[in-house]
Every structure is written in structure tokens, then in C-alpha cells.
Ligand binder design. Structure first.
Ligand SMILES: *Cc1c(COP(=O)(O)O)cnc(C)c1O
Length: 371
């Protein structure tokens, strides 16, 4: 089958200066400069500057960022961490990896983000942290969560893997709590050429702890002062990320324009869109539409060569990996509904008007609304 509208276009992300970038990376490879090089430090300081936060610590992946953030805060056995039932597997797996217990709240049916009103009721004496995932690229309203975390003396963490550059009331997602966790997986708005991630924090003390943990627990060479992982951002990936970071805001703006175009063209059809919370911006990592005819529409789009996908077809509480948590079907009805009724349309910064029209035309034809 011919792919008419793709989800990714990597050559476009690198642009005409690709050869210069390869030359730079080639030099690093030949010189044997791989680990925690100046290139890594350069990206860390550029990304911290971009977010207007104190420190970025480059890591292997977003999953590691979540695990290491909780390790740095001493979250573990007997502790509860609150997140939402409609996030990506890694958010919840990370909580389990450090030995803590994930406590879920449902999704907000309009914003598809964490239902922040439910968080207060989920807090117990064992709660150590609240961990909203800003999924699909919209920033969760952070004011109530920030107040609640301060009032209850629990940490606020953020899974910011899908929302590089989004903000709430002018402040960038990932910078509200003690630590923000980012992924630079190739699918994300800011993408490495492989796995990569980062923790960001305003606290110099936490930044030091995270650096020790990512480097096998070493305070200085051969002195292992803490239990650590080996999770360092590669120099090659850092070079690519620094290269792309200067383009991120323009890319996010393109995504926003494409999203506006989709909304305009699809208005009047029986599809519902994700609402951006008041005060938040949305950087459209994914463009979701919600429809009771999801599965048939998905088939129809795939038949038309449109790379639509479902993110995510199974909510957290029904994933086999979390069976031991004892969650049941029906417990988080909004997350279940979203898993059954949403699909993502392709959205890339470089999408052409023709591609957008192709997608919208296919959706209109599905609903018999004519092209
Ligand atoms: C991608 C993603 C992660 C995991 O990041 P990796 O770099 O793939 O390990 C975690 N949480 C969310 C919400 C994600 O989208």
C-alpha cells in the first residue's frame, strides 16, 4: 500500500545542513569523544536555557529520566505516586521499578489530561509524589497541583515526554515541580536519532544527585557513593539535539497551525477534539480526534494510505503488566472511553496543505460528507 501521508519525515528535520552535522559527528567518532563530552554539556545548558530552568541532566531515555527522578528523591518501597490511567506505560512502569506503588486517577474527558480534581482524594499518608503526564502535547493545568503538593508536602514531578515547549501561564512544562522528565525518542517533538532523555530541575542538589545516579553512582571516579544506573546521554545524540533545538519553537508553531487547519476542516463532522486547558499551550505531539466509529475510521484512513494510529488502545489499569496492582475494568471509565474512541491523525511540522487536505478529505468521505 502507498503511504500518502506519513507521520515522520526525518530528512526534513535535518534540512540542507545535514552534511555539516555528519562531519561534526564523524570527527567525534574518529577522535573517540563519546561520553559526557562538551557536546553533552552544551546541549544540557541549551535545553535548560530554553526551558528557563536551572539544570538539564542528559540521560539514556525518558523512561530512565522517570526512574532516576524518583531515585534522586528517595521514592521507593511503601511510597505512593499518583498519576493518571491514560498515560504511556513508561510513566507507571517507572513508579513500579523504584518499588513504589502507582495510584491512578482518571482522565479529564475534555482535556484528555490528568483529572486534577481527583488528585486530592487519591492522597494518603503514604503519598510521596504527584506525577502528571502532559500527554499529546498539552500542558496540564499546574496551579491546583502545585498548591496541593505544597499543602500536602508531597513532591510534584512531571512526565514531559510529549510536550517539549508547551507551557502553562507562561511557564514551560517540565519546570513546575522538583524534577521534569523528558524523552527525545525519535517520535517526539524534539527527536534524537535513537533513544535519549533528560531530567530537568531548578535544584542544584537534585541535579548533582541525578548526575551521580546516571554515572553508576560515582561521586568521583572509582568512588561509588550511591546506587546508580548507567544512563548517560550520548555525545552524538546531544549534538543532534542541540542542532534541532533552535528549530523547536518554529516546529511547534507549525504543528499548532496544522492542528487549527484540521479543526477548521473537520468542524461539523461527528468528531470531538482534545480541549486545551485555559492558560495552557498545546504543542501537538499528537493530534487526537474522538469518535464512536474509531476502529472503522482508522481502517478507512489506513486504506487511504494515511498513517493514523491509536495512542493508546489499552489504558494503564488494563495492561497485563500491572495485573498485580489489582485494578479493574470500569474503575477509570474516562480512560477506557478514550482508549476506545480516540485516534491520532498524522501531524508533522513540514506537512503540506495537500497532505492535510488528503487526510480531511478521507475523513469526510468516511462520514459521507463529500470531499
Ligand atoms: C515516550 C514517552 C515516555 C518514555 O520515553 P522513552 O524515551 O521512550 O523511554 C514516557 N512517558 C511518555 C508520556 C512518553 O510519551
Amino acid at each position: 500500500m502507498i503511504l500518502n501521508v506519513a507521520r515522520y519525515n526525518y530528512p526534513e528535520q535535518f534540512g540542507p545542513s545535514f552534511d555539516r552535522l555528519m562531519e561534526n559527528i564523524g570527527t567525534q567518532i574518529l577522535e573517540g569523544r563519546y561520553i559526557l563530552t562538551d557536546e553533552v554539556k552544551q546541549f544540557e545548558s541549551a535545553f535548560a536555557g530554553y526551558l528557563d530552568t536551572g539544570h538539564t541532566i542528559g540521560l539514556n531515555s525518558g523512561t530512565d529520566a522517570l526512574i532516576i527522578a524518583m531515585m534522586a528523591l528517595g521514592i521507593g518501597l511503601g511510597d505512593e505516586v499518583i498519576t493518571q490511567a491514560n498515560t504511556f506505560y513508561a510513566t507507571v512502569a517507572a513508579i513500579c521499578f523504584v518499588g513504589a506503588t502507582p495510584v491512578l486517577v482518571d482522565a479529564n474527558p475534555h482535556t484528555f489530561l490528568m483529572n486534577v480534581a481527583q488528585v486530592e482524594h487519591a492522597i494518603t499518608p503514604n503519598t510521596r509524589a504527584i506525577l502528571p503526564a502532559h500527554i499529546y502535547g498539552a500542558c496540564t493545568p499546574m496551579d491546583a497541583l502545585l498548591r496541593l503538593s505544597q499543602l500536602q508536602s508531597v513532591y510534584l514531578l512531571e512526565d514531559a515526554a510529549q510536550c517539549h515547549g508547551a507551557s502553562f501561564e507562561g511557564k514551560r512544562a517540565g519546570t513546575f515541580g522538583e524534577i521534569g522528565c523528558f524523552s527525545f525518542h525519535p517520535s517526539k517533538n524534539l527527536a534524537a536519532a535513537g533513544d535519549a532523555g533528560a531530567c530537568v530541575t531548578d535544584s542544584a542538589v537534585l541535579a548533582d544527585k541525578i548526575r551521580v545516579i546516571r554515572g553508576l553512582g560515582q561521586g568521583r571516579p572509582n568512588e561509588h557513593v550511591a546506587l546508580g544506573l548507567n544512563s548517560k546521554l550520548d555525545s552524538i545524540q546531544a549534538t543532534i539535539l542541540t542542532w534541532k533545538l533552535v528549530l523547536l519553537d518554529a516546529w511547534n508553531e507549525s504543528r499548532q497551525q496544522i492542528a487549527a487547519n484540521y479543526r477548521e476542516q473537520l468542524t461539523g463532522l461527528p468528531v470531538v477534539f482534545q480541549e486545551t486547558p485555559a492558560g495552557s499551550t498545546h504543542v501537538y505531539h499528537l493530534f487526537q480526534i474522538k469518535t464512536d466509529a474509531r476502529d472503522n475510521l482508522l481502517d478507512h484512513l489506513i486504506q487511504a494510505g494515511i498513517d493514523a494510529v491509536v495512542r493508546y488502545p489499552q489504558p494503564i489499569h488494563l495492561q497485563p503488566a500491572f495485573k498485580a496492582q489489582g485494578w479493574n475494568r470500569g474503575q477509570f471509565p474516562v480512560a477506557e472511553d478514550l482508549a476506545a474512541t480516540t485516534l491520532c491523525l498524522p501531524i508533522r511540522p513540514d506537512m503540506s496543505e495537500t497532505e492535510i487536505n488528503t487526510v480531511c478529505g478521507a475523513i469526510r468521505s468516511f462520514y459521507g460528507a463529500g470531499r
